[in-house]
Design a protein around this ligand. Structure first.
Ligand code: SF4
Ligand code: SF4
Length: 280
């Protein structure tokens, strides 16, 4: 039946599911060279961000955008009570997390955002109508709409594709290929998760007591958005890297927000009744 429909409608059958792919980013190995950012731009033919420095960081990229799908964050940290160690730099190459329960995908009304055969999240540009619902839905501030003037159709949504075109040719994503320290590791998600747990054990043994994993199935972050296909080993709390402690799915927090609005409305009604009742 499905095959007949596909023949009549002249559509291809969806590709068969493959072993889920993703990234394990070990931030303890990142040197902030930004080779990943450049490789991403080069492969995907995205324009440069310019070289304006903000004045409060050496990071000239600043944030994700429709044309910046990788962002290496620089966090300058003063070690408390330590004159000897002084400052330290924390660096993290951030990217779309390709969430197992992706808020952007749930918010998309046209079906432009899809789950690929590798378990990643992809924006189909020919279907995106530029409504922008996905942008506030993403709890990580990843996806963005193209500006009026630029490379892409104005308003359309863009983000990391996990190099879908390269995956189909059995190639490593451009950013992971370019990383000179193996901070960005690409592969089968389950294998990477096992590697991440081993690496955490190593770092803890060496005295990195604040080291922690972010986005693994056992982590609090996975409660609503599910395990992340791009997960991280951090050297400090997620907030230090601008990552949410518990990323929320809008549909889950809606009930709570409506309940609060309802409670406030009832409270206001009771208060006015009391005030006007007394005056009367
Ligand atoms: S990180 Fe944001 S853009 Fe990426 S899959 Fe998750 S919700 Fe979508
Ligand atoms: S996987 Fe590809 S699209 Fe995504 S950040 Fe890396 S190079 Fe860019």
């Amino acid at each position: 039946m499905i095959e007949a429909y596909q023949r009549v409608m002249n559509v291809e059958s969806p590709p068969a599911p493959k072993t889920p792919k993703g990234f394990f980013t070990d931030t303890s190995l990142c040197i902030g060279c930004k080779a990943c950012e450049v490789a991403c731009k080069q492969w995907n033919q995205l324009p440069a961000d310019g070289y304006r420095l903000s004045g409060d960081s050496y990071d000239n990229t600043g944030r994700f955008s429709a044309t910046t799908w990788r962002h290496v964050e620089f966090v300058e940290q003063a070690k408390a009570n330590s004159r000897r160690d002084g400052q330290r730099w924390l660096m993290m190459s951030d990217v779309c997390k390709h969430c197992a329960n992706a808020a952007c995908l749930e918010a998309c009304p046209t079906g432009s955002l899809i789950r690929t055969e590798y378990g990643t999240v992809y924006v189909q540009q020919d279907i995106c109508n530029g409504c922008g619902f996905c942008v506030p839905a993403c709890p990580f501030g990843v996806i963005d709409r193209a500006p009026k003037h630029g490379t892409f159709e104005p308003g359309t949504a863009h983000k990391c594709t996990l190099c879908y075109d390269r995956l189909r040719d059995d190639m490593t994503p451009a950013c992971a290929k370019a990383c000179p320290t193996a901070s960005i590791q690409f592969g089968d998600v389950e294998e990477l998760q096992a590697r991440a747990r081993r690496r955490l054990g190593e770092l803890r043994t060496r005295g990195e007591s604040r080291a922690q994993l972010y986005g693994m199935p056992e982590n609090e972050e996975a409660r609503e958005v599910g395990p992340l296909h791009a997960f991280f080993l951090l050297l400090d709390k997620p907030a230090v890297y601008n990552l949410p402690e518990v990323p929320r799915l809008p549909r889950k927090s809606m009930a709570q927000r409506y309940a609060w609005s309802g409670a406030v409305a009832i409270g206001a009604a009771v208060l006015s009744a009391l005030v006007f009742g007394r005056r009367g």
